[in-house]
Design a protein around this ligand. Sequence first.
Ligand code: PLP
Length: 263
Amino acid sequence: MRTALSIAGSDPTGGAGLQADLQVFRHFDLHGYGVITALTVQDSRGVRSVHPVFPSVVLDQLRVLLDDIQPHSVKIGMLATDDVVRNVALGLDRLGADAPVVLDPVLAASDNTILLERRAWPALRELIARTTLVTPNLAEARALTETDVSTAGGIESAARLLVAEIGAAGALLKGGHRDGPPNDLLALRCDGASTVALHWFEGERLPVGPVHGTGCALASAITACLAHGDPLLEAVQRGREFVAKALSKVESRGGGASFLVYP
Ligand code: PLP
């Protein structure tokens, strides 16, 4: 059986975070490993509090696991603090060079609760330099690149920066929170060259209210496809199709945001 590792925060609702990642991995016939970076107290209405795991315990979890077992791909989600980011980077020194790494730069929840402290942004940029794909929404792309992303040209500049200067092999900028069309932009470093190739994906806005955990589902679906050996462009296409299908069947359970129903 192919396998993938999620390094993420706990979400007791299972709509986002590690619990959601493992469900998505299972959907793609993967065994999922999980390293928890933070506990959250939340329901479908929002996040009440965040409790980072001791950074040394995050490092221990990674070292002990990776000294024994190597996953076929890795997804990184919520990291909470600067020290946790640095310890995840240290722990990943034990990861085989061939395993793709997808990093969803989770800065805040939809209800604006901070999920990564501000002073951790420089360390996060260093971690992004080691990734196969970084998947910011537009607010995260603006924060990480200090670029105005209110126009298509600005989004393209931010995507190029994430690849050419910050150093990710690929960047997927998600336009779902934009007022205009919810198109996504994928920037890919071209082999051996300093050029960056851009691919726009057209999105369709579905008449659904707030949905919890779409970013986690997309990043973990792409991670799952990479674990199966898909090339990056194909993995992104399949990940987007998976989320689009899940968005067409959302389910309301608690008193707040709806949940994705995996196809
Ligand atoms: N909780 C955890 C552990 C998360 O990783 C995330 C997002 O990545 C959230 C909550 C917030 O999810 P949303 O913004 O979709 O409500």
